[in-house]
Design a protein around this ligand. Structure first.
Ligand code: NAP
Length: 302
């Protein structure tokens, strides 16, 4: 069954982008939207992020055959609880949360007996809020669905069709594996960026103004990631604790090995690693997941 009415709960970067992407790529689908913040609802109405902006979550989901929760991971359970008793029969409940095992558990606790197919579009920016959304956010990005065992096949097919219509490539994955993969491709890189930017701003022998002035040496690329939404990222680390700690253990061992190579003047180890990492960058570009111009196409690159 194709999705005809979608309710978007949470109208920030992800929710707003879904609304705009539906309008652009699948205009036959009607959208309703709700956010708990009245200012966000007003902004969403002004920007046309959904066809109808509702003043309650219950009203937004009443006619929906797909509900997509686009709130921070830590708010998923509360947002889902508000929907209990107001959903249409057979409605698919999904989300866009960055970690999947804990969200699946939260949604199942909040809405037992409903068709729950968690999802994670691996697409985003460091911006948040209703102004940050744009229609092409999901174009040629992956959307990972993590249906629980025995999930309704027709619901999985409808959700896959929905994300494909928004321009995404869809993949199915086990929630536990998703959390491990995303720990290394997204969560740890964010943790490293938060750390390096924090460390640089706490130094005493290098001034803050020097850090900012000479940031084009590499630091500024970390500041983009480290500017990401604090609530969202607090929730990601608290909800994907196991996988993040496991990957962080591996990362710390590798960092220690590099420390040893630098201390002992082992240039061969450094050169071998840096050559391998360069090929990964090439592969990311070949897959169409980034811009191949030097320094991301900035005009003033060094
Ligand atoms: P965002 O721009 O901050 O938007 C989230 C919105 O949800 C805010 O307006 C927030 O309002 C609202 N909200 C919070 N609790 C709510 C509730 N109970 N009911 C209704 N609305 C509620 O965040 P985002 O970047 O779109 O992220 C949303 C989700 O997408 C997160 O789960 C995140 O893990 C996931 N995700 C993000 C990215 C990314 O790059 N940003 C990428 C992929 C997936 P308040 O401000 O009042 O709390």
């Amino acid at each position: 069954m194709s999705v005809r009415n979608v309710a978007i709960i949470g109208l920030g970067l992800l929710g707003g982008s879904i609304g705009l992407a539906v309008k652009e790529h699948a205009p036959q689908i009607t959208t309703t939207g709700y956010d708990r913040d009245p200012d966000v609802r007003a902004k969403a109405a002004e920007l046309g992020l959904a066809g109808t902006i509702c003043d309650s979550a219950q009203e937004a989901v009443r006619e929906a055959d797909l509900v997509v929760l686009c709130v921070p991971v830590g708010a998923m359970e509360e947002a889902a609880r508000e929907l209990a008793g107001h959903l249409k029969d057979g409605a698919i409940i999904s989300d866009v949360g960055s970690s999947k095992q804990s969200v699946a558990e939260a949604l199942t606790r909040a809405l037992p007996g409903h068709t729950i197919i968690p999802a994670h579009p691996v697409a985003g920016t460091e911006q948040s809020g209703p102004d940050a959304g744009f229609a092409s956010l999901f174009t040629n990005r992956w959307c990972i669905l993590t249906p629980p065992e025995g999930a309704n096949e027709a619901a999985i097919a409808s959700l896959s069709e929905f994300w494909s219509a928004l321009g995404a490539n869809v993949e199915l994955m086990d929630a536990e594996h998703h959390d491990l993969v995303l720990a290394v491709t997204s969560h740890i890189p964010h943790l490293i960026a938060f750390t390096i930017v924090g460390t640089a701003s706490d130094l005493e022998e290098v001034t803050r103004s020097e850090v900012i002035k000479y940031s084009a040496g590499g630091f500024r690329d970390f500041t983009r990631i480290a500017a990401s939404d604090p609530v969202m990222w607090r929730d990601v680390f608290l909800s994907n604790k196991g996988a993040v700690l496991e990957m962080l253990g591996r990362f710390t061992e590798d960092l220690t090995a590099l420390q040893r190579a630098i201390r002992s003047g082992d240039g061969e180890t450094l050169h071998e690693l840096f050559s391998r990492t360069r090929t990964i960058r090439r592969a990311v570009i070949e897959e169409g997941q980034d811009d191949d111009r030097p320094d991301f196409g900035r005009e003033d690159h060094l």
